[in-house]
Design a protein around this ligand. Structure first.
Ligand SMILES: [Zn+2]
Length: 407
């Protein structure tokens, strides 16, 4: 069975008849979320909605005003998945989501072209391909492909697109003398029945495929090869690519990001990489400096405390820019539970962290109380108690509590 969408991949609307409609549970992705649906499986006499196959995702669209979420091929039938029921014998107008279909046709025909050129030029064959939601890739049976090879392949593909090479679809009739195993190719489903389609890019290549294709390479507009990634299969690489409108969309989002960087870095795009690299290095140095300053502060505070004639019963330290290292350093230097310590870091009147240190019974008693005053939650055992708090503005109330507790 050759579906109408394979006979004419440019039909956007088509009228046909419903020949089967049965209840079915299925899951599909709606607005990026996977949903389970109690719906229907609808089969029509023919369809312009392409059922998933050959690496190409299924079409979406409408049967009259009933939305089709996906189409799957079952033997020689195309099954349309919907939420709503249609009557058997009903005449329906099929409408294909043309933006999605054209995008799939551009990526799929682009893949045929890219595979053919890379095979011809460098003898790397394509062992699989993936049409992704944003970018697609071909998996090549080579452990590496050079920058020069990628540039050459991109140039040759775009040259053929400029030459507007025709793409033809031919039906190969099967009869009892045809050895099906001989002609079965990758991309053709195992349960394929009926005739075989051969897609030919004039003077470039011929390939068996069930997908929908452009009729002329000019309809691809442009092909852009992206980065190379390692494949999960050893000794293979994935070459990412974009075709047609996806190149424009990608360029659009890159320019938007570039514009934002021009504003924030206040410099020309050619300077952006150097500037960001410099910023990252400077930030690392500053953060190291701050760490060592905080350690010095901890040493200074503890020495001051230990130098007092009479040690206080409790001691509170708050450092807005402090971190856990600072608090732990402080505890290590004190090395005594004789003074009850309340260490805090974070925004003066906002959220932050606290660490309490002292005698076990005092910690067990005061830990939860202090956390409650600071509107937070904590936990601890032995001499230490720590927690995340939301209102450091209440530290003065903690001081009031400690004053009356230790008087
Ligand atoms: Zn194909």
């Amino acid at each position: 069975m050759v579906f109408k969408c394979q006979e004419d991949s440019f039909l956007k609307e088509f009228t046909t008849t419903v020949i089967d409609c049965t209840k079915a549970k299925f899951s599909t992705v709606i607005n990026g979320k996977k949903e389970k649906i109690d719906g229907f499986e609808i089969v029509c006499e023919d369809t312009i909605l392409f059922p998933e196959g050959g690496g190409q995702p299924s079409d979406q669209g409408f049967l009259n005003n009933v939305q089709v979420y996906q189409v799957n091929r079952r033997g020689d039938k195309a099954v349309h998945y919907t939420k709503n029921e249609l009557s058997i014998g009903e005449s329906v107008k099929q409408i294909v989501d043309w933006k999605r279909r054209l995008d799939h046709m551009q990526q799929h025909s682009g893949q045929h072209l890219l595979t053919a050129i890379i095979d011809r030029e460098f003898k790397f064959s394509t062992v699989s391909w993936w049409l992704g939601e944003e970018i697609s890739h071909i998996e090549l049976d080579t452990s590496s492909i050079s920058k020069e090879q990628i540039e050459k392949a991109e140039y040759l593909c775009n040259e053929l697109i400029r030459d507007a090479k025709p793409v033809n679809v031919e039906l190969l009739k099967l009869n009892e003398n045809t050895d099906v195993n001989q002609i079965r190719a990758r991309g053709l489903p195992k349960d394929h029945v009926g005739d075989v389609r051969i897609i030919t890019i004039e003077n470039v290549e011929s390939n068996m495929c069930c997908g929908t294709h452009v009729s002329n390479l000019a309809q691809l507009q442009v092909i852009k090869l992206l980065n190379v990634e390692k494949s999960s299969r050893k000794n293979n690489v994935l070459l990412n690519f974009l075709v047609g409108n996806r190149v424009l969309e990608k360029l659009g989002s890159c320019l938007e990001r570039e514009q934002k960087l021009i504003t924030i870095l206040n410099n020309a795009p050619s300077q952006h990489f150097d500037l960001v690299e410099k910023l990252v290095k400077t930030t690392k140095i500053l953060s190291k400096n701050q760490q060592s300053l905080l350690k010095d502060i901890a040493v200074y505070e503890v020495e001051k405390l230990k130098g007092l004639d009479q040690l206080p019963k409790y001691f509170m330290v708050h450092r807005k820019e402090g971190d856990f290292d600072f608090m732990n350093q402080f505890i290590k230097l004190i090395n005594s539970t004789d003074i009850f310590l309340v260490l805090s870091i974070g925004e003066e009147k906002g959220s932050g962290n606290i660490v309490l240190y002292g005698k076990e019974d005092v910690i067990a008693d005061l830990g939860p109380k202090i956390c409650q005053i600071l509107n937070g939650k904590g936990a601890g055992k032995g001499n230490k108690y720590q927690g995340k708090v939301n209102n450091l503005g209440n530290l003065h109330l903690v001081e009031d509590l400690l004053k009356s507790y230790f008087k």
